[in-house]
Design a protein around this ligand. Structure first.
Ligand SMILES: [Zn+2]
Length: 282
């Protein structure tokens, strides 16, 4: 709470992150802003809650992507299929989630080969690193169309350097690897807001309203692991599913018809021929 006061000029809103980038093409179908829903699945328990979360979103008219850790728990093929058959997306979340993926380039290089195998096997085109660790140069070793390992502004993250924009940007291919679209998250993480700070979702709503004004991207990461789907009291690291329902209902009722809700892979494909790849990182 002390930190919250200290960071009030940069979090949850960093004013300069709202500037439209040069050459920005606007959102599909002339929508005012976009809503991109993503989920990192941390453990087996989160894995086993994915279908409930998918159904919750589907009932409210939304779609999302689920990022799984290939070598930490058993990622069921039938679950991946069910998600994609329902119009949802599957991405890769690190390799084994031990916090060491970015400890040096050698480790990263070795693991990138394995990660690329899962990307292929799962028909995925997107990646997010555990703990939002990021080295945008190294990530070029991954065969992806987009990466989700950054954020506009978030001093509460372990590697807290934000990319200072609520818009996607291109990370250029420099001959040593692949270029890709970077899609930073722009709403504070569920764990920080609802488990650590034990706040209600006013901070989410306030940020959504600001992003709408700027015509930017609402990108949120909600972990199924922390969602309590039962009527029982929340566990230590849980919040009620109604918090997330409140967020989606807020967007849907206040901004009906004004937003585009693509899968991250659809957003990357949309940008591909429309947004100049000048590699501008703010
Ligand atoms: Zn994670």
């Amino acid at each position: 709470m002390r930190q919250k006061e200290k960071y009030k000029d940069v979090w949850p809103i960093l004013e300069k992150a709202g500037e439209k980038p040069k050459g920005w093409p606007g959102w599909a179908n002339n929508k005012k802003f976009s809503v991109v829903l993503t989920h990192d699945v941390e453990t087996q328990s989160g894995h086993d809650k994915c279908i409930r979360l998918m159904k919750l979103e589907k009932n409210l008219g939304f779609c999302s992507s689920f990022n799984f850790v290939p070598e930490r728990y058993n990622v069921s093929e039938s679950l991946r299929n069910e998600l994609t058959l329902n119009g949802f997306e599957v991405g890769v979340h690190g390799l084994n989630h031990d916090g060491k993926l970015f400890s040096n380039e050698n480790i990263f290089r070795k693991r990138a080969k394995k990660i690329n195998r899962y990307i292929k096997e799962w028909n995925s085109v997107g990646f997010r690193a555990p703990a939002m660790h990021h080295n945008l140069e190294w990530i070029k070793q991954l065969e992806v169309k987009y990466d989700l390992s950054t954020f506009d502004t978030d001093p509460f993250e372990p590697q807290s350097d934000g990319v200072n924009t609520i818009f996607p940007f291109w990370v250029a291919d420099n001959g040593n690897g692949n270029g890709y679209w970077e899609l930073p998250y722009t709403l504070v993480q569920d764990f920080t807001l609802l488990v650590l700070l034990r706040e209600d979702i006013d901070i989410w709503k306030e940020k959504v309203d600001w992003i709408v004004k700027k015509g930017g991207m609402v990108l949120v990461n909600v972990h199924p692991d922390y969602v309590n789907f039962s009527e029982n009291k929340n566990g230590l690291e849980e919040f009620s599913k109604s918090r997330y329902v409140d967020l989606l209902t807020y967007v849907e009722s206040k901004y009906e018809g004004e937003y585009w809700n693509p899968l991250p892979k659809e957003l990357a494909a949309y940008l591909e021929n429309r947004f100049p790849k000048n590699g501008a990182i703010n």
